[in-house]
Design a protein around this ligand. Structure first.
Ligand SMILES: *[C@@H]1O[C@H](CO)[C@@H](O)[C@H](O)[C@H]1NC(C)=O
Ligand SMILES: *[C@@H]1O[C@H](CO)[C@@H](O)[C@H](O)[C@H]1NC(C)=O
Ligand SMILES: *[C@@H]1O[C@H](CO)[C@@H](O)[C@H](O)[C@H]1NC(C)=O
Ligand SMILES: *[C@@H]1O[C@H](CO)[C@@H](O)[C@H](O)[C@H]1NC(C)=O
Ligand SMILES: *[C@@H]1O[C@H](CO)[C@@H](O)[C@H](O)[C@H]1NC(C)=O
Ligand SMILES: *[C@@H]1O[C@H](CO)[C@@H](O)[C@H](O)[C@H]1NC(C)=O
Length: 855
């Protein structure tokens, strides 16, 4: 029994991880993906490649057995969308039920075009469309309204019920339905409130209807060209109020960059950010006007307004400052994209909520205008614009009715509730059946996609065929499971087991380059001599499985020059193998001590550069990689690897944890990590924060400086623990006495002071007293600059004697502002150096002229 259960577990868990990962990856594969061409006798493939299922062939998911269809070959003038060629007509209330694979935000897109039918005049149809607790359309009539409605609804149940209710004596119809998972990140937790000004934090509790989505300055973007099959219309459709004042700026979309932690291609594709409206005449006369867009909306609702910006107009940073207004209310004054994104052509977006009382006239007016008229080129831009209606407290997006109160009759409501309850029960059963089928019928699962006529097929997401082919081909190795799966999560390739076995000479012991909790790491060589590091998990270790999953999950989301990259993966024959870029120079530790034969000693400058690289990698982990940072938990010199150019990269994320969310201050967890590097506070309180990594990094810094292990039991007792020993020496002011003798003479004392100061702060007893990785990074960069400066002052060959005995002191360092340091590295910085001769120099750090004069 046990053995039987064991093998499916990893694949099911993996499957779940993969769906989780999709939601954070740039290429989003929706877990729920129902596309229906209502009334169409056959499936319909759109030009964007999506297949809409024919619904007459399979009506069992619909709570009606009426089959009334309208068909026409004439399409509305402004579209060639084949969905508009057919419609299903409902004479009585009818419900579509969709099994929800993953709760959360979903797009719901409905198509209504009144086709010709001999018995029904569709332009006269009046009906409501509802889901549980939410009215989407109330007494809607397609004739006078737009033919396409798009919603972003928050689905919390296992079932999504879409109800069409005709008005008495009327009927309802629909041409097409899309019910598709949306990335949750699409909807913000909060937005800037305009009246009264503040933060509006209730967005998650609202369902949204997208009423306008505009690609400002650019062309229409069709679902084919959007990352989430959205439609963006060009603002040449009359949204712009004063087109003469508008100058369109367009750049190549591939030049648009997405900043880490900011906008993503899912928020808006680069073709939205690559075009902008800007102010005509800017730079010629002094323009003093606003660029203005006006859009009609239904009064009586709050609106979420998302504005997209990307500075494709400025020639240099910090030259564009403008104000943003919505309905005359100031949204932002002096918006400075340069400082928000630290770059040009960087995508940025901002959300506002405008209160119903400010849209009483049914118009939303968005304006941008220069805030700094003194500037040489006053200008203002806008790249894209989305207006979303927010559901009201009665749960409605149309009229002021709640979904319950306008139901057409009490008794009907009761039957509906019973029907819904039954539906939910069936849904739950189906979900369980689904999971069991996934797990047990791995090899028979083919053909779900062909089962278009069966009841079950409609309860499965349409991409079930995708899952089943993954599972069924798992045993078929090469192009199966892993390749499909991992190409989706952004990993470049899957490897067959044979390929990796050949690459490592059958996992020969001579190919082992490392051993960890997870298993062994081998060097492998594949075609054209490409070297790989191949980490083979021990399938029997449950720790292994967890670490394997953590690592895939994290690494597929992280990309950074100072983090080791995951190249691919293999899970054939119950193996768990990860394939990484090979790091030619191996672990940092081997270059410090203990390797046999001993490797050439690293210079002080190399050591500084390596510590800076590792600090950058950790800083990115803590701040950049995900919404709340990642804590590495096992920072040590064996997990910092060096490539052929001695660039440091942090590796081994097997123990890593997602950091605390905003309202938490720590993550509680069993203590893991390596002795000698463990944060004492974490050890005592078992509360993990990113400051635990900072502590471990402090130990690493001393290890680099002193070239000895963090723990060395062979030494006298007070020296065993490096952190304690180094702090002891530092307090006594004799840190030089334990510095690696190979470098002690070449270190400038200013550089040493700065470096040790950084390391010392990292080792503070309490996490709150330790600096952030960003601060550590800056101090290390400073130490490097000090070293560089001293090498200009004292060329290394004379270094040995001149440096000795000098007591140099940094006076200005503390008061120097970080950004000043970065910006004006070649000006005004004045540092006093007191040495024996008492010479005081201005800017000795950076000016070669001064060097010559001073000597
Ligand atoms: C459908 O109804 C509309 C509005 O009542 C009317 O103008 C139109 O002529 C009707 N069409 C047909 C085919 O009867
Ligand atoms: C056609 O254009 C009208 C007005 O511009 C719009 O209301 C309608 O939704 C469009 N129809 C389709 C099918 O896109
Ligand atoms: C969905 O609604 C629930 C309950 O109101 C809320 O906790 C959750 O954050 C919402 N999710 C999204 C993605 O909006
Ligand atoms: C849309 O994508 C196609 C390729 O899929 C490309 O040829 C076309 O130029 C794109 N159109 C726009 C407006 O970006
Ligand atoms: C721009 O619009 C805002 C808000 O409507 C208004 O207060 C401001 O005066 C306008 N600026 C100019 C130069 O018209
Ligand atoms: C809308 O504005 C009114 C008056 O300014 C205020 O009392 C109310 O709280 C606002 N509503 C929201 C949802 O911000």
């Amino acid at each position: 029994m046990r053995g039987g259960n064991k093998s499916p577990t990893p694949s099911l868990t993996l499957l779940l991880i993969i769906f989780y990962t999709f939601s954070t990856n740039a290429r989003f594969i929706p877990p729920d993906n129902y596309l229906i061409d209502c009334g169409s006798p056959q499936n319909t493939i759109l030009d964007d490649g999506r297949t809409f299922k024919s619904d007459p062939q399979s009506v069992s998911f619909l709570s009606t057995d009426e089959n009334i269809f309208a068909t026409s070959n004439t399409l509305p003038e402004n579209t060639s969308l084949p969905l508009y060629k057919t419609a299903r007509i409902f004479n009585s209330e009818s419900v579509y039920k969709f099994l929800v694979y993953q709760p959360g935000r979903h797009f719901l897109r409905l198509y209504f075009y009144p086709l010709h039918h001999p018995d029904y005049n569709l332009t006269t149809a009046v009906f409501s469309v509802k889901t549980e607790g939410l009215t989407l359309l109330h007494d809607f009539s397609a004739s006078q309204n737009s033919h396409f409605k798009e919603y972003i609804v928050n689905v919390t149940n296992d079932n999504f019920l879409l109800t069409f209710s005709p008005l008495k004596k009327s009927f309802a119809f629909v041409n097409g339905i899309e019910f598709v998972s949306a990335p949750n990140e699409l909807v913000p937790e909060s937005a800037t409130a305009l009246s009264p000004p503040g933060v509006f934090s209730g967005v998650l509790g609202c369902d949204l209807q997208v009423v306008h989505r505009v690609n400002v300055g650019g062309p229409n973007i069709t679902p084919k060209n959007d990352t989430l099959s959205r439609t963006w219309v060009s603002d040449s459709h009359g949204y712009m109020m004063f087109p003469k004042g508008n100058k369109v700026v367009v750049v190549d979309p591939s030049g648009v960059k997405y900043p880490v932690g900011g906008a993503t291609p899912l928020i808006a594709p680069n073709s939205v950010y690559s075009s902008a409206a800007s102010m005509a005449d800017s730079g010629v006369s002094v323009p003093n006007f606003n660029l203005t867009w006006e859009m009609n909306v239904d009064p009586g609702f709050n609106y979420l307004i998302r504005l997209h910006f990307c500075d494709v107009v400025s020639a240099s940073l910090n030259s564009l400052y403008f104000n943003v207004y919505v309905n005359g209310l100031t949204g932002v004054s002096g918006l400075d994209l340069s400082s928000l994104t630290s770059g040009l052509a960087m995508a940025y977006y901002k959300d506002f909520v405008v209160n119903a009382s400010s849209v009483s006239n049914g118009v939303i007016r968005v304006q941008v205008g220069p805030s700094d008229l003194e500037s040489t080129t006053p200008n203002a831009i806008l790249n894209g614009l989305e207006i979303m209606k927010m559901s009201n407290s009665a749960g409605s997006l149309d009229g002021l009715f709640s979904s319950g109160s306008n139901s057409p009759g009490g008794s009907k409501r009761v039957t509906r509730t019973v029907a819904e309850a039954a539906g939910i029960a069936i849904g739950v059963v189906m979900l369980i059946v689904l999971i069991f089928s996934l797990v047990r019928r791995k090899n028979k699962a083919r053909g779900w996609d062909e089962g278009g006529n069966s009841f079950t097929s409609w309860f499965l997401p349409l991409n079930a065929s995708y899952c089943s082919s993954l599972l069924s081909s798992k045993s078929k190795s090469k192009n199966g499971y892993s390749s499909v799966l991992f190409s989706k999560v952004g990993l470049s390739r899957s490897f067959s087991f044979n390929e990796l076995r050949d690459a490592t000479k059958n996992f020969d012991e001579s190919a082992v380059i490392g051993v960890g909790g997870f298993g062994k790491v081998y060097i492998g060589e594949i075609e054209e001599g490409t070297k790989l590091a191949i980490k083979r998990g021990n399938p029997r270790s449950s720790q292994g499985i967890n670490e394997f999953q953590t690592e895939i999950e994290l690494l597929s989301k992280l990309r950074h020059r100072h983090l080791v990259s995951l190249i691919g993966y293999c899970d054939e024959n119950n193996e768990m193998i990860l394939v990484y870029e090979y790091m030619e120079n191996g672990p940092l530790r081997d270059h410090l001590y203990g390797s046999k034969p001993a490797l050439p000693s690293l210079t002080w400058k190399q050591r500084l550069e390596i510590s800076i690289g590792a600090a950058r990698g950790l800083h990115y982990l803590h701040t950049g990689g995900s919404s709340h940072g990642i804590i590495h938990r096992d920072v040590k010199t064996t997990n910092i690897l060096l490539d052929d150019n001695f660039v440091a990269k942090v590796s081994d994320f097997g123990l890593s944890k997602t950091g605390p969310t905003l309202d938490q201050t720590h993550v509680s967890t069993a203590v893991k990590g390596s002795f000698g590097y463990l944060d004492p506070e974490y050890f005592r309180r078992q509360q993990l924060t990113d400051k635990s990594d900072v502590y471990s990094f402090g130990v690493v810094l001393f290890e680099i400086l002193c070239a000895r292990p963090a723990l060395d039991p062979t030494l006298p007792r007070e020296q065993v623990n490096l952190a304690e020993w180094a702090m002891h020496k530092q307090r006594k002011g004799v840190i030089e006495s334990i510095v690696d003798p190979k470098i002690v003479k070449s270190i400038s004392s200013e550089s040493l002071i700065k470096y040790v100061e950084a390391a010392e702060k990292c080792l503070a007893e309490y996490g709150v007293d330790r600096p952030s990785m960003g601060d550590v990074l800056w101090n290390l960069e400073f130490a490097l600059q000090l070293q560089d400066a001293s090498m200009q002052l004292d060329p290394p060959e004379e270094d040995d004697d001149t440096c000795k005995g000098k007591k140099m002191k940094m006076v200005a360092s503390e008061s120097m502002k970080k950004d000043e340091m970065k910006k004006n590295s070649d000006s005004d910085v004045s540092i006093l150096i007191n040495d024996d001769s008492g010479v005081v120099m201005g800017s000795p750090l950076f000016s070669k002229m001064e060097d010559i004069e001073g000597r």
